[in-house]
Design a protein around this ligand. Structure first.
Ligand SMILES: *[C@@H]1O[C@H](CO)[C@@H](O)[C@H](O)[C@H]1NC(C)=O
Ligand SMILES: *[C@@H]1O[C@H](CO)[C@@H](O)[C@H](O)[C@H]1NC(C)=O
Ligand SMILES: *[C@@H]1O[C@H](CO)[C@@H](O)[C@H](O)[C@H]1NC(C)=O
Ligand SMILES: *[C@@H]1O[C@H](CO)[C@@H](O)[C@H](O)[C@H]1NC(C)=O
Length: 520
């Protein structure tokens, strides 16, 4: 796989860079090959032979030192500096206490999605460039993704509407088979990343076969599963799990439906199926849950909702307060699209009522504003907004975050519905290269440093400087603190550790930072 050499070289560059930083205090590059699309609009360009990579941060940690990684609007990308931890309390400025013994939720991980559109775009790259791209997310020098989401059948990021049993009613599912898209666009890449880091696979259907639904009218919306097909549809899930298992892909978790609320929108247009919370509860309790168990898929986790937090906590309460449904449901899946309009306190209310059920974000992407292209090259504001939301929801009990399409083309597609979107990586097929957008780094500041099994810990941020913050204790006893400065000017704060030592941090204007140090 010709790319390993390059990753090694980049790794050495990082080590050199680190030593130089230690010796001279100078900041040096991380190997991002920048391309500029206007003032402060940088992407990092990667191709078949080159991509910026991260040396494993924990290997660079020296006793008595901390590491700070910074990305900025002005163009830094995960740039490390290393500084000595101080035993002296600062005489001025804000001191924020960290208490690693005060622990909150456990982190499950971070990830993105492989849709048909992603597979189509990956197919436009040369083999080497494609493998480098997937390594950026799931490889040893990538950003540490441990989740991948993939649709059951077609989604809006497909080239057509399809399920695994299209045509006239087929009560025995005799026609069930995976689609050409599974073999061309999804399974090859799921198999590839499985051998890189074996991420947890989470899935959901966008729609059942049309014959299972009340008269489908995509113009008007409101489609739902017909009562007589609830059990047959549960068996359809089993067929899917078996077919993927035969291909070597085991599913970690699923939801009964992607955005069940969409089916209730008039003129929604995207493949969907409407469930009320009561209908989803009934389907899971009476059909899906027991049918998975009976067919040896009882280990596959079922999550509820998979929709905007607009419907929380009420939706989840319907599912989780039902004794039978609750037996089968491990947690609640949430999408980020209306987070601006509905406060994160809804997540805390949900957590407080059902402390043993986790909350996981399963989809996020930018919906372009009116007259705005879907893809904004090098747009830092999007990175800042994303980072702010991730920090916010994790401070409200969320256990992980899954981004939407891993890679789209230069106009944010393809999709047969023309609902193009931005993505962390944009592929330029003509040039056989891809661009790592600022949002790639916003995700990396979490995913690379906050390992699965980390616990969120107490951080007393005592001033109103507008620095978004969240802290974790990792299973390897490293503390990771993520700090976002959305102000134009630099800010400085001091972190006080449990060991009564002090970490002075300077946060550049419009910067995202991750600080790590050994707790013990
Ligand atoms: C790939 O990127 C590297 C680093 O920017 C550059 O030196 C090289 O020429 C590029 N290769 C191609 C084929 O464009
Ligand atoms: C931080 O801890 C120190 C030492 O225990 C204490 O004096 C100080 O009041 C704490 N600050 C806050 C804001 O809790
Ligand atoms: C969908 O519903 C609209 C409004 O009632 C109607 O005009 C249209 O003909 C329907 N389409 C189909 C395919 O039934
Ligand atoms: C894609 O690559 C082509 C060929 O190098 C170049 O002309 C074009 O500007 C690139 N597109 C973007 C969005 O950078």
């Amino acid at each position: 796989m010709g790319k390993n050499d390059e990753i090694c070289i980049t790794g050495y560059v990082t080590v050199l860079c680190f030593l130089l930083t230690l010796l001279s205090g100078m900041v040096c590059g991380q190997g991002c090959s920048p391309k500029n699309y206007g003032t402060n609009k940088y992407v990092c360009v990667c191709n078949a032979t080159y991509c910026d990579n991260l040396h494993p941060p924990e290997e660079l940690l020296q006793p008595g030192y901390y590491l700070q990684y910074t990305s900025t609007q002005k163009g830094k990308r995960l740039q490390p500096i290393s500084m000595e931890i101080s035993t002296q309390a600062p005489t001025t400025g804000n001191v924020w206490n960290l208490s690693s013994s005060v622990q909150y939720q456990e982190i499950l991980g971070f990830g993105g999605a492989i849709t048909d559109a992603v597979g189509i775009n990956l197919g436009t790259l040369s083999n080497d460039a494609r493998e480098i791209l997937l390594n950026q997310y799931y490889g040893p020098q990538g950003i540490g993704y441990t989740f991948v989401r993939t649709p059951i059948g077609g989604s809006d990021f497909s080239l057509r509407f399809y399920t695994y049993d299209d045509g006239i009613a087929d009560r025995t599912l005799s026609r069930f088979k995976l689609a050409e898209e599974d073999y061309k666009y999804k399974l090859p890449y799921l198999k590839y990343i499985k051998q890189l880091s074996d991420p947890k696979v989470i899935t959901a259907p966008w729609s059942p076969p049309e014959w299972m639904m009340e008269a489908r009218n995509a113009t008007v919306g409101f489609t739902r599963l017909k009562d007589q097909y609830y059990q047959i549809y549960a068996e359809y899930f089993v067929n899917f799990l078996q077919a993927y298992q035969k291909e070597g892909i085991d599913i970690w978790g699923l939801t009964a439906q992607n955005e069940p609320g969409d089916g209730y929108y008039v003129y929604f247009g995207i493949n969907s199926c409407g469930y009320s919370p009561e209908e989803e509860r009934n389907f899971v309790a009476n059909n899906l849950g027991p049918t998975l168990q009976k067919n040896n898929f009882g280990k596959v986790l079922i999550l509820g909702c998979d929709d905007q937090r607009t419907v929380l906590p009420e939706w989840a309460e319907v599912m989780l307060s039902d004794e039978t449904a609750s037996k089968y449901v491990s947690g609640t899946a949430v999408h980020w699209y209306f987070d601006d309009d509905y406060p994160a306190s809804r997540l805390t209310r949900l957590h407080d009522s059902f402390e043993d059920k986790f909350i996981l974000y399963t989809e996020a992407s930018y919906i372009p504003g009116a007259n705005e292209p879907a893809v904004l090259f090098g747009e830092w504001k999007r990175a800042e907004k994303l980072a702010k939301d991730i920090i916010d929801v994790i401070n409200h009990w969320v256990s992980g975050w899954i981004d939407w399409n891993l890679a789209l083309n230069t106009v944010g597609g393809p999709t047969y519905l023309n609902n193009n979107l931005d993505a962390a990586i944009i592929i330029n097929a003509t040039a056989n290269e891809f661009y790592k957008q600022p949002i790639f780094y916003a995700l990396a500041h979490m995913s690379k440093f906050v390992l699965p099994g980390s616990k969120r810990i107490q951080l007393d941020a005592t001033d109103d400087s507008g620095i978004e913050n969240v802290a974790f204790l990792r299973p390897d006893n490293i503390v990771a603190v993520v700090l976002l400065n959305s102000n134009d000017d630099a800010r400085s704060i001091t972190l006080r550790t449990d060991a009564n030592t002090y970490i002075p941090v300077i946060l550049d204007g419009h910067s995202l930072n991750t600080v790590i140090y050994n707790k013990a």
